[in-house]
Design a protein around this ligand. Sequence first.
Ligand SMILES: Cc1cc2nc3c(=O)[nH]c(=O)nc-3n(C[C@H](O)[C@H](O)[C@H](O)COP(=O)(O)OP(=O)(O)OC[C@H]3O[C@@H](n4cnc5c(N)ncnc54)[C@H](O)[C@@H]3O)c2cc1C
Length: 458
Amino acid sequence: MTTGVEDDVLTSMTTTSDPSMRTWRRQRRTGMIAVTVAVLLGLIALALALAEALPIDGTVELLAGISSVAAVTGTSLVLFLLLLISRWPVLERAFGQDQLVGWHKRLAPWAVYLIAAHVLLIITASAVEANRAWIAGIAVVIRTNPGIVPALGGLIIMVTAGITSWRRARRRLRHETWWTLHLLTYAGIVLAFFHQVVAGDTFDDGAARAFWVALYVLVLGLVLWNRVLVPVARSRRHRLSVTEVVRESGDVVSVWMTGRDLDRMRLLPGQFMNFRFRHRGLSYEAHPFSVSGRDGDRLRITVKALGDASTTLMDVPAGTRVTFEGPYGVMTPPRAEGSRYVLVAGGVGIGPIVSLVRGLGARGVPIDVIYRASVPEDLVLADELREYEAAGTIRLHLLPGPRAVQRMDAGHLTALLGDLSDATVFTCGPAALNEAVEESARVLGVPGSRIHSELFDL
Ligand SMILES: Cc1cc2nc3c(=O)[nH]c(=O)nc-3n(C[C@H](O)[C@H](O)[C@H](O)COP(=O)(O)OP(=O)(O)OC[C@H]3O[C@@H](n4cnc5c(N)ncnc54)[C@H](O)[C@@H]3O)c2cc1C
């Protein structure tokens, strides 16, 4: 088996499927248009809710009107949150999954607050109208609103998913548990939907109802298509299976897989895929791993044992079937501009960086690779990089040692690399390394649009 410079499959793929910078900009524009249209559709829904609520006459109508607007805004936001994580290529290519997931995380609490406000306000309005205590308002709401009980069930699911996504709570949960709770929110969303088209004031008939149903069908259709049907079809087509596990260090292995028609897979250097290994302890959930290499019709990921799944992967047997979602990720050659490239890897972040070396190496632009690890033994795949160095493709800076010594501040980077103002910088490693490199690059005059990072944590 060879993994070196001569097996430059990713480079050859780049010549056939690597979109140009212009394509990348077009994809970005298309993504912006899609987000703008989504926001406009949300505003139409809001306008319909306002039209239904106005004019307002008295306290009860005021409370019910605000409740209704909160419900429509919150639910529109829920649909937007689903769109962000639908893996729709139009958005994935334009913004990258980490950015989309980041927006999803930041906006999600607002959806829950708005829907919770809707529930509290409608109970208050019902209690005031019936001249009863607030708590009795709950019974009034349940009695007078068909479909409300399943909708409340949906709300409880969403609130639970929200609370368990709160950073501190999430850290205490197994990822599988958090993921399962998140999957259940789809059921919660469907449960709430029936209440909206049966009992809600805004979308209970006519064109408004058709509009609302169409929004749901569109968004849930995109989720189903991109997260279920396309991955199933691609997995069946390429039929990946493990061929070999190669130990790279005490806690890092490379898993090689083979499959059918891999040369036809639209995979760019630097991208990752969500792999689900059909092996005990691994088949429940897919895990994201960057593709670190190609060798003919084989594909490699390089994995560090961090938790249950990645540790089990250390010994996954040859022949294990693998299904996948993706490829995803925008830390790819089309984003490389300028007269030189600087690639920074920390630990197992070397996977996508090695792929990028392959993808960018053919361009004849100077490439510096900085590779950080705590101890020299953790510099996995370094031999591959040395081959590129020997071939004159890259300048290699292996920097093992503690953070305090191998600092990534502007002074150290200048001493190592000289003028960076016309460079594109790619960095993949722990958050602290990525942040230090991004900050230093900015200080050294690299515009934000040419600093790209990937964190192995979504
Ligand atoms: C875009 C991306 C690319 C990655 N590429 C690589 C790579 O090339 N090599 C490598 O060793 N690691 C990579 N990772 C990290 C790898 O996915 C996790 O280490 C692995 O999923 C941990 O699972 P676990 O059960 O062993 O550990 P756990 O103890 O369950 O989790 C450890 C960490 O991984 C996160 N994690 C766990 N399961 C998932 C999941 N299904 N999806 C997303 N995050 C999860 C957890 O939130 C936690 O932060 C990548 C992660 C991302 C987001």
